[in-house]
Design a protein around this ligand. Structure first.
Ligand SMILES: *[C@@H]1O[C@H](CO)[C@@H](O)[C@H](O)[C@H]1NC(C)=O
Length: 632
């Protein structure tokens, strides 16, 4: 898939007539840079941002880190009472568009937005990125601001009237993880499209090079907004990379709907500096590589599954009102595991630590030349399953053999969400218990070793209050799904948490209300569509319970014919991990690996050697090995 990268360094394409200029292929390698979230949460100021950019320009730019991105809420006033889901603290212009908080971004005063900051960032040889939320803010909706018609430079009018925020905001589709912040806009009406256009044209005028569009993907999927924003960006003269977030419950099938419209998209929830978060990336990343999504076609270039920022070095806490104040909680081996996986899975590398306090260990890790070479230029990247692990038995201190196989992995099922185009979602059927009690159950044939057949109860209609009546129309033919008969607890597709089989027994249900997250529609083909995200419910098999142990391996080819082989010990016991040279040829396109002799260099231990048969290394708990092999 990514072999083409080397031959298509310059890639010409057809763009609409007004900008027929040949451009470089966008995101031809995984984008690399720095994002303010892990170290500043939302609190960063212009001074702190520019200071950081200066350091990035001097120390990280030579290693390809070129994007500097301001993460969320740059438009929120940093005053008493303001926080991440506060309401009414945002600075908006007369058209309801967020503009930088002048208290934190003084150069924005006088209607300049981010243009001064972008200019300075560009003068440092870097590119400037911003985080934006879905649709329109609740604050603009409440103020019922007019909408800017960018073609006319005046208020948008149609059918003899001025359209306003309340005509386009979809209040029932508020961002599920920031419900007092933003809501989707109705892209079926021209006024809704005019509003989105007015946002992105302004970002382009400011000199923005990268947009991270949040609360539009994963459980928050909004294909309509993604498609329209992509179209606006495609028609701009200025190349702006398009990045999607968050990545809760993302499957390759879901990503295929939008990957061609964007340049990167998250495939997991937020990653922080816990071992559990690092481990949670292994399965999903394997699935995306197996689906050939790494470096697939994207917006005017390529697209990359994004494993999220690297929370290494000096950090803050999620959702906090504080800047950087603590060290990363991962051990050095765990940090190497993270960097090795992110590199060999070709994830965008967005460093998240405070660069003003960048320690040497972190610096050397994120600028490791082998990892960066692999990240940009390797191909055939995939999980490699022909490995063996031997660990020391606790009681006898003797080596016992343990083979890693797919079949040996734990098989559990959990309720999850996927795109409705995925046939794996068509497993729900209606079972009548008596005249007015019906269940919706998961297909027996599709379930594996789930303890009980998962069944949900169809809810009876709730009485809607006056205000809620407005939304009743669109809920025709829809239903609530109850945990059990008589209990007013409804299945909630809230992206705040990932549903697991344990939670399915109780935790994913919340008191029934007219919240789009809780409204479902059963379709004749056996799928269950959620009204909030348009995603469908499915029972996913949770394969390896990697958190409790296990070994993993990834393989890739280098641009000079070298082979990269990574081993990971995700368990807590010292393990000897081995692979046979003869097995490389089972997955790589290289011929004649049978009988080849491989010279190798393991980059973390510095170990050098040569083998015709077995490659083996003892790994401490939570640590990786990374071999660079030349085989002849
Ligand atoms: C099942 O039906 C729904 C609603 O008509 C549709 O959106 C979905 O694409 C269908 N799924 C499949 C896999 O055909």
């Amino acid at each position: 898939m990514s072999m083409n990268i080397f031959f298509l360094g310059f890639f010409f394409f057809v763009t609409p007539s007004f900008c027929r200029v040949p451009q470089l292929e966008r995101a031809s390698t995984p984008p690399r840079g720095w994002n303010s979230y892990d170290s500043f949460c939302w609190t960063i100021s212009e001074e702190e941002f520019l200071q950081s950019a200066e350091i990035i320009s001097n120390r990280l730019k030579p290693h390809g880190y070129e994007y500097v991105v301001v993460d969320y809420l740059w438009y929120r006033s940093k005053v008493e009472g303001s926080y991440v889901d506060a309401e009414g603290f945002d600075v908006i212009d007369e058209w309801g568009r967020p503009i930088p908080d002048p208290g934190r971004w003084p150069s924005s005063i006088g209607g300049k937005g981010f243009s001064e900051v972008a200019k300075k960032v560009h003068s440092m040889g870097l590119k400037f990125g911003i985080h934006v939320m879905r649709g329109i803010s609740l604050q603009a909706f409440n103020a019922n601001t007019p909408i800017l018609d960018t073609a006319k430079g005046s208020a948008y009018e149609e059918s003899g009237r001025q359209w306003r925020a309340k005509d386009i905001g979809l209040k029932e589709r508020a961002c599920a993880w920031m419900s007092h912040g933003f809501m989707s806009v109705n892209t079926n009406v021209e006024a809704g499209r005019a509003f989105l256009r007015s946002l992105y044209l302004q970002y382009a005028e400011w000199g923005v090079d990268f947009v991270k569009n949040d609360c539009v993907f994963g459980d928050d999927l909004d294909v309509a907004e993604i498609s329209f924003v992509s179209e606006v960006l495609r028609n701009l003269d200025r190349p702006i990379l398009y990045s999607l977030s968050p990545g809760t419950s993302v499957t390759p099938a879901m990503a295929k709907e939008v990957s061609g419209l964007v340049n990167m998209y998250r495939i997991t929830g937020d990653d922080w500096d816990t071992w559990k978060d690092v481990v949670s990336h292994f399965d999903v990343t394997r699935d995306f590589s197996a689906s050939k999504m790494i470096g697939a076609k994207g917006l005017l270039g390529r697209s990359w599954p994004d494993l999220d920022m690297l929370p290494l070095g000096w950090l803050t806490d999620p959702g906090s009102n504080e800047g950087p104040h603590r060290a990363c909680n991962l051990t050095p081996n765990e940090q190497r595991t993270q960097m090795t996986l992110w590199a060999i899975a070709k994830s965008p590398l967005m460093f998240g630590g405070d660069v003003r306090k960048l320690d040497d260990t972190t610096y050397n890790l994120i600028t490791n030349p082998t990892l960066l070479e692999i990240n940009s230029f390797s191909s055939n990247n995939m999980e490699f399953s022909y490995i063996t692990g031997r660990k020391r038995s606790r009681c006898k201190n003797k080596l016992v053999s343990q083979h890693l196989t797919e079949g040996g992995m734990l098989d559990k099922q959990a309720l999850g969400l996927t795109t409705c185009k995925d046939p794996k979602a068509n497993g729900w059927s209606i079972k009548a218990l008596d005249q007015d009690l019906e269940q919706i159950c998961w297909n027996e044939k599709l379930r594996s070793k789930f303890a009980e057949t998962p069944c949900l109860y169809k809810g009876k209609r709730l009485l809607a209050s006056g205000e809620e009546n407005i939304y009743m129309q669109q809920y025709q033919g829809t239903l609530h799904l109850l945990a059990s008969d008589g209990m007013e607890l409804c299945l909630d597709a809230s992206p705040r948490r990932r549903l697991t089989s344990k939670e399915y027994g109780g935790g994913s249900f919340s008191p029934c209300k007219w919240d789009a997250n809780q409204i479902w529609k059963w379709n004749a083909n056996g799928s269950l569509t959620n009204s909030y995200s348009g995603l469908c419910a499915t029972m996913n098999s949770l394969k390896a319970d990697a958190g409790s142990g296990g070994i993993r391996s990834w393989i890739a080819t280098g641009r000079k014919g070298e082979i990269y082989l990574a081993f990971f010990n995700l368990g807590t016991e010292k393990t000897v991990v081995s692979a046979n040279v003869a097995d490389f040829g089972k997955v790589l396109p290289q011929k004649n690996l049978m009988g080849a002799s491989c010279k190798y260099h393991e980059i973390w231990s510095g170990k050098l050697g040569e083998t015709k048969k077995v490659l083996s290394i003892e790994l401490e708990m939570h640590s990786p090995a990374l071999f660079v092999l030349l085989c002849h």
